[in-house]
Design a protein around this ligand. Sequence first.
Ligand SMILES: Cc1cc2nc3c(=O)[nH]c(=O)nc-3n(C[C@H](O)[C@H](O)[C@H](O)COP(=O)(O)O)c2cc1C
Length: 354
Amino acid sequence: MTQLLSPLKIRALELKNRLVMSPMCQYSAIDGMPGLWHDMHYGARAQGGVGLVMLESTAVSPQGRISPSCLGLWSQQHLEAHARLAERLHALGSAAGVQLNHAGRKGSHSAPWQGGAPLPIAQGGWVRTAPSASGPGMDVSPIQALSTQDIAAIVDDFRQAALRAVEAGFDVIELHAAHGYLLHQFLSPLANQRTDAYGGDFDGRARLTLEVAQTVREAIPDTMPLFVRLSCVDSKESNEGWTLEESIALARKLQAIGVDLLDCTSGGISAPPTKREGAFNADLARAVRTQTGLPTGSVGGIDSLALAESLLSDGACDLIFAGRALLRDPYWLIRQTAPQGAGLVPPQYARAGF
Ligand SMILES: Cc1cc2nc3c(=O)[nH]c(=O)nc-3n(C[C@H](O)[C@H](O)[C@H](O)COP(=O)(O)O)c2cc1C
């Protein structure tokens, strides 16, 4: 049987196959609320047979947004709108996940098609917060270092957003500790210059991610899977910044807390990865999985069934996260797995002959 089409049980959740729609910002929310775009965009991938549709980066507070048009889960109103979306995804046959995030110093930006640059307060931006008062674009939009009270409030924002995600009916929560956002900023010595308990050595830099993971794990039901997306290295070209050895040490601690899967990616604090094709993060997922026993997801450049099959069967990962392939084609899974995937074709579309 095709590995990609094989089911997977994580805690009480039974995924019908191993394909996850990778979280991808749509910059199409109004005041953090999902709307028509999100129904259509995520609904189409659920119709396309994706086992788990993971919603894009969803902010735990208004200040935690990347842009003014990011999704959020910081109020009852957001909970209700997300509940409608989760229900629709379930009705279309997919499990639904949400990626909780705080953007930190990567917040207060315009959408990519509006320049993707730091947004001054006069243009709808906000004061950015981060482990240290440093980072790109400070001349345009200020960055303040977080106090320990601010950090405690952010941990609580994650807890409350997680509780809302549970109540909204999501099946999986993913904590975003990758791509240069707040949790990653604390992990990486390239962004974290603190001298208190949240900076310095590995234990200090890892403290916030572990506190958030532990707090969320304790808040959500035992039956619900918790994933963490981690940039396993800051750079694939050099050993500068956060390293794979540190990721493996962190993975062991996350596993002890009850995190179920590490979604392995790379980069985001400094320069983007130079290689974007050919399963370019699979080596990281494989290293974490073989050295810790923690299940992994692999993301990045997985754009063919053959590639997905080889990663699943050689033990690199348990789940395949696909991003751009699913943007290009919501029916990517059905087309790649034909004819075995015929069972995923919606009956309304059967005459199309996938
Ligand atoms: C339009 C777009 C938006 C993205 N937004 C997010 C996001 O919200 N959260 C995240 O963790 N990664 C985000 N990513 C990264 C993807 O999830 C994925 O890791 C990356 O595109 C590599 O996988 P791929 O080669 O399958 O596209 C985004 C990527 C794209 C193309």
